[in-house]
Design a protein around this ligand. Structure first.
Ligand code: GLC
Length: 546
């Protein structure tokens, strides 16, 4: 990659949706001006890169993942110049911004689809994937069981069936069509020119899915599209990335990195599942196993680790026994589950609001090889709003204050784009920025400290890592060796205390410095034995700057 800036190998990603973050003009919808006014807060937390969920004009059937125009801003959220101002202010604070790119499908209302359905001779017809014959029952192939009947829908105007892996109002684009590819290369160029540092590539495996497209195409040629997107990205910017949403079999996962010339970063879905299994079992074994099984990736590639994001916690790829275990621990009731495969919950309520357990979970996340991602509100321990349908439960407005309906918007509550969570243990009256700011023991302030420590340990993102056997299955020991320094981290997944031993060379042990812990630890004794409390954690630095 030569002089390419690999900032994403040690980034702190923070995902948010503009429409639920902060409303500046009192219309009940979050907007770019509102977000811009909160950039100090985000930068103060230590975040280095924002990921914005789709903010384009949309009928809103899939919370903006049904895009009606890729080139402008949803007017409810502001204008292109508001966006520009936001980018400027973000950069002023050292924050990068990546945005969602949804190239697999458009909204049914996109002018391309409208033209395609209206006229078989339109050049847009072949932008989509059609078939004339009845596809039969395809209900077993849908992405959203219960909300989708099949993946082909008959369009009266077109007199044919169109493909849609997702909702029927999200027709799949025909990526084998050179014109479609040219459109997206142009769009990538356009947004890079607006100052973004890359894209989160939505539904990447569906994007290059061969169903219905030229049957002469093989997977190699399909991957060519990702290489094209990468080429235009790299050409426009020496510091922009493609971060892929790729939840596929481990055997083909690394293919999406290509040789470093497809997607530079992938969300670590395999580790995500393992983290929840480990939290449910109180054992580090699932994480050790998942780390072992991760495919090796090119030098320019990176994993983005996360606990929760804007979708359901997808447990489909666990065995049914494991899935039942996670359900039993974190969401036994039907209303907490969705699509027969996951949980529509945020982390804090899953862990019963237990502050020690929550911190252990984040200590674990931040200690893993790769770079971490947080979903807005995680820093406060926000809960889910189960009155919202399906996956929207985790996408309620940001909770800024304990008054004024959480401070998200000055509009009457009925006008809010989505109701803020009110009442109970996780409502805005209890969980809010204003309440946690001044409390030195709050999750918010603790997480800011964790982020600071993680940023001081770049070897976690770029060094050589190894699992340390500390002598107890419940404890995950990780060591990261970089050119300047090493970090050793112990995380106790069990709720009961454990006595563990490190076996560091004596000269390293003597100079080990505590960076972070669930309590004050005494310096390592000669035998390097120590007691970790239930859900305890300890971060030690060997060498480097103290
Ligand atoms: C991705 C998004 C999800 C969306 C889907 C269709 O999986 O994360 O929220 O519904 O793509 O665009």
């Amino acid at each position: 990659m030569g002089l390419y800036d690999q900032w994403y190998e040690n980034a702190i990603f923070y995902c948010l949706d503009v429409e639920t973050y902060a409303d500046s003009n009192g219309d009940g919808v979050g907007d770019f001006r509102g977000l811009t006014s909160r950039l100090e807060y985000i930068a103060g937390l230590g975040v280095t890169c924002l990921w914005l969920m789709p903010f384009f004009p949309t009928p809103g059937g899939d919370d903006g993942y049904d895009v009606a125009d890729y080139e402008s801003i949803d007017p409810r959220l502001g204008t292109l110049s508001d966006f520009s101002e936001f980018i400027y202010e973000a950069h002023e604070r050292g924050l990068r911004v990546i945005i969602d790119l949804v190239p697999n499908h458009t909204s049914i209302e996109h002018p391309w689809f409208q033209a395609a359905r209206a006229d078989p001779d339109s050049p847009y017809r072949d932008y989509y994937v059609w078939r004339a014959d009845d596809p039969g029952d395809t209900s077993d192939q849908v992405v959203f069981p219960g909300e989708q009947e099949g993946i082909w829908t008959y369009d009266e105007a077109a007199g044919a069936y169109y493909l849609h892996h997702f909702y029927e109002f999200q027709p799949d684009l025909n990526f084998a069509n050179p014109r479609v590819r040219a459109e997206f290369r142009r769009l990538v160029g356009f947004w890079l020119q607006q100052g973004v540092s890359g894209f989160r590539v939505d539904a990447a495996p569906f994007l290059i899915n061969l169903l219905g497209v030229e049957n002469t195409l093989g997977m190699q040629q399909a991957h060519e599209y990702l290489r094209e997107l990468w080429e235009v990205t790299a050409k426009r910017s020496q510091a922009a990335i493609l971060l892929g949403e790729v939840d596929v079999d481990l055997s083909v996962m690394a293919d999406y990195f290509g040789g470093g010339n497809e997607l530079q970063a992938l969300f670590n879905f395999p580790l995500n599942r393992a983290l929840f299994l480990a939290l449910a079992e109180g054992s580090a074994d699932p994480v050790r196993l998942a780390l072992n099984e991760l495919p090796s990736i090119p030098g320019a590639g990176q994993w983005v680790n996360f606990l929760r994001h804007h979708d359901e916690l997808n447990l489909l790829r666990l065995t049914s026994r494991q899935r039942e275990q996670v359900y039993a621990a974190f969401g036994p009731e039907a209303e907490l589950q969705v699509y027969d495969r996951g949980l529509r919950r945020r982390l804090a309520p899953m862990l019963g609001g237990d502050q020690g357990w929550l911190r252990l979970a984040y200590s674990l996340l931040f200690s893993l090889p790769g770079t971490p991602m947080l979903f807005y509100g995680e820093e406060l321990g926000m809960g889910e709003n189960l009155s919202l349908p399906g996956r929207l439960s985790v996408r309620a407005p940001m909770q800024w204050s304990t008054y004024d309906n959480g401070g998200f918007s000055s509009a009457p509550v009925e006008q809010h784009v989505r109701p803020v969570l009110a009442g109970g243990d996780y409502g805005f009256e209890q969980v809010a920025v204003s309440r946690q700011r001044g409390d030195r023991d709050s999750l918010l302030n603790w997480l800011a400290m964790l982020i600071r420590v993680r940023r001081e340990c770049p070897e976690i993102g770029t060094g050589q890592w190894s699992v340390i056997d500390a002598g107890d299955d419940a404890v995950l020991g990780l060591r990261h060796d970089g050119a300047e320094a090493s970090t050793v981290i112990l995380n106790n997944l069990a709720s009961t205390h454990r006595t563990v031993t490190l076996e560091l060379p004596a000269d390293e042990a003597e100079r080990a410095t505590d960076l972070l812990g669930d309590r004050d630890y005494t310096p390592l004794a000669d035998d390097q034995r120590m007691r970790l409390n239930g859900h305890g954690y300890r971060w030690l630095r060997l060498g480097g700057i103290y």
